[in-house]
Design a protein around this ligand. Structure first.
Ligand SMILES: Cc1cc2nc3c(=O)[nH]c(=O)nc-3n(C[C@H](O)[C@H](O)[C@H](O)COP(=O)(O)O)c2cc1C
Length: 155
């Protein structure tokens, strides 16, 4: 491909959401996820990829946004990453403007220290009072949480 890439506008954002099962042994999770996030953020920044990774119990759900070729290439790598299994795409396709534009990879967890101000609740997570997520972010996080909930072997 020798022709110059068109300048990506908001209309060209590609979004992919998947769910997978965390295979990192419990005792290694904190350190391994720390490494994963810091590597992912610096690489995503270079690729102009944004998104969020929800870590909840034995499950991951991730949203990736950016250029279609870049997102697809990253997902091809992610799919074969031995740190998780049962990777299944929830939705993918062209979307409107980026929803997680500020985040090279936001960390969202029910029990951790999220970047996006979300607080833990008994039945999942919801925006912290005051500094909430945007409605668009909440809509995507709801899809991710639902994917984890319905994918879990026990409810
Ligand atoms: C749940 C999960 C999410 C990941 N998210 C990203 C990500 O957003 N960006 C990234 O560069 N790598 C991410 N990775 C790591 C990739 O799978 C892969 O290790 C990384 O792209 C480096 O690939 P390389 O060694 O071929 O360069 C993730 C891995 C897992 C298990």
């Amino acid at each position: 491909m020798s022709s110059p890439a068109p300048t990506p506008g908001p209309e060209s954002t590609f979004r992919l959401i998947y769910r997978s099962r965390n295979k990192i042994p419990e005792e290694q999770r904190k350190a391994e996820l720390g490494r994963l996030f810091s590597a992912a953020r610096s690489s995503n920044k270079q690729q102009h990829i944004t998104g969020a990774l929800l870590v909840q119990g034995d499950w991951f759900a991730q949203v990736l946004e950016g250029d279609e070729v870049a997102v697809s290439a990253l997902f091809a790598d992610i799919e074969i990453d031995p740190r998780h299994e049962d990777v299944s795409v929830i939705e993918s396709g062209r979307a409107g403007p980026r929803v997680f534009a500020r985040w090279a990879m936001a960390r969202v967890s029910a029990d951790g220290q999220p970047d996006i101000p979300l607080i833990a609740h008994e039945d999942g997570i919801s925006p912290a009072a005051g500094r909430g997520t945007t409605p668009d972010q909440e809509a995507i996080l709801a899809i991710m949480r639902e994917a984890i909930r319905t994918g879990a072997p026990t409810r």
